[in-house]
Design a binder for this molecule. Structure first.
Ligand code: COA
Length: 166
């Protein structure tokens, strides 16, 4: 794949909430492509803690130092969103072998929906290989420290939300 001809790459996800692992992937991708569109959506298989709007604003705040990164939301199929933005390169993070099957299935299904879609899998720093949004929420809800696991703005919002639900 010639990345020089790629105007933008799209990093889709539910980001509930964004973690430092997601930020690590966004930072790596922003160095590889002229522009990164982080596309936040609902994952129908998950019950989200943060609203879509809130996930977008947390990602905006956490990535404000990266000038070629845009944060947007979408609903419906990723393949249709890619058509709308005329960008067919998808970025996804691969933390461990256990992520591979899901990512492989999604990559091939997206390509079946539109043969122009290519998926690029990036490995996060090994410090984030064990990290997930669910783990960050669980640690915060049980009073543990999420320092170093999620951006400061996420840590702050988690504390506020969890205080309200106690
Ligand atoms: N660091 C830390 N955590 C990471 C990570 C990284 N680098 N990469 C993935 N994760 C974790 C996330 O924290 C999340 O954890 P959780 O399960 O505890 O919430 C999990 O891995 C995956 O979440 P995320 O990367 O945010 O995406 P997702 O799997 O929720 O999103 C979509 C999948 C949104 C891309 C997919 O459902 C989609 O495309 N939906 C649109 C509808 C569609 O087109 N469907 C057909 C697809 S073929």
């Amino acid at each position: 794949m010639n990345t020089k001809n790629t105007v933008a790459a799209v990093y889709p996800g539910s980001f509930d909430p964004p973690t430092n692992g997601h930020l690590d992937i966004i930072t790596r991708a922003s160095g590889l492509f002229p522009k990164i569109i982080v596309a936040v959506t609902e994952n129908q298989n998950k019950k989200h803690l943060f609203s879509l709007q809130e996930r977008v604003s947390l990602l905006k705040e956490a990535s404000e130092n990266l000038k070629n990164v845009e944060i947007v939301s979408f609903s419906g199929l990723l393949a249709h969103f890619l058509e709308r933005v005329n960008s067919f390169t998808v970025i996804r993070g691969l933390r461990a072998l256990s992520d591979f099957e899901y990512e492989f299935q999604m990559a091939l299904m997206n390509r079946k929906l539109n043969k122009k879609i290519e998926t690029v899998l990036l490995m996060p720093d090994q410090a984030y290989a064990f990290l997930s949004s669910s783990m960050v929420k669980e640690i915060a809800s049980l009073g543990g420290s999420t320092s170093g696991l999620a951006p400061k703005c996420v840590e702050k919002r988690l504390k506020e939300i969890l205080k309200c639900t106690i």
